[in-house]
Design a binder for this molecule. Structure first.
Ligand SMILES: C[S@@+](CC[C@H](N)C(=O)[O-])C[C@H]1O[C@@H](n2cnc3c(N)ncnc32)[C@H](O)[C@@H]1O
Length: 219
């Protein structure tokens, strides 16, 4: 089945004060050319506290991120997303919910993870990443070996990686990669209709496609 392209939607650019509060932009060129000169992506720089983060990698329009942040006011949530209108939408949503425990980092995840300090996150969400499986797409895959090493470095020992996809072949390939890597232990696996927790999950579930979920503990 052809993949859905759902990035055409109306989103209003947040006012300057909302952008200043919620959005941090890391340009690809800066991340690539001089990552060491940029502020690290950490609870200290984003929230002014010392605390473990929850990272939503490819947070899209931020519905799940904002809902989780509202339900867990004592935790610190960071969505990473490169699509500008999704970033705006997520920031508007966080502002409407009057939350101060959410930030949206606009960046290419593959370049942004290396500037997250070791052990900065207690949890990571990778929810419906684009399923890149062709050999020529390996560098674009958000769950390739290099990304898994970064996730392992960034998570605290015992921290959790939640991976969810609608795509059976992608799930099987990534499960095998995770199990072979020795960096994570699979501690939960399911295939289920979960009630549309994220925007993409709602779309796939409406089409009769269940989500495949893997919960992995960082070793
Ligand atoms: C299929 S959507 C899933 C969105 C959300 N997690 C959900 O479940 O509704 C995948 C998201 O990942 C983002 N994305 C893909 N590659 C990315 C990258 N290299 N850096 C940052 N975001 C990326 C896309 O822009 C898109 O918003």
């Amino acid at each position: 089945m052809a993949r859905l392209k759902l990035q055409r939607f109306r989103a209003s650019e947040p006012p300057d004060d909302v952008q200043a509060r919620y959005i941090r932009v890391y340009k690809g060129r800066d991340l690539h050319d001089h990552p060491g000169t940029l502020p690290p992506i950490s609870a200290e720089t984003l929230f002014g506290v010392s605390a473990p983060l929850v990272l939503d990698l490819g947070c899209g329009r931020g519905e799940f991120l904002v809902e989780q942040a509202g339900a867990n006011p004592d935790r610190y949530f960071v969505g990473v997303e490169w699509h500008i209108k999704s970033v705006w939408d997520a920031a508007n949503r966080a502002h409407a919910a009057k939350l101060d425990n959410v930030r949206i980092v606009r960046a290419d995840l593959r370049l942004a993870l290396p500037i997250v300090p070791d052990g900065a996150a207690a949890e990571m969400l990778l929810l419906f990443p684009p399923p890149k499986l062709a050999p020529g797409e390996r560098k674009d895959d958000l769950l390739n070996e290099a990304m898994l090493h970064q996730m392992h470095r960034v998570l605290l020992p015992g921290g959790l990686l939640h991976f969810v996809t609608d795509h059976a072949a992608y799930f099987a390939a990534k499960r095998a990669l995770i199990e072979a890597g020795g960096l994570f232990a699979v501690q939960g696996e399911s295939s289920a209709f979960e009630g549309g927790l994220t925007r993409f999950q709602r779309i796939w579930e409406a089409m009769g496609i269940a989500s495949q979920r893997l919960e992995c503990r960082r070793l």
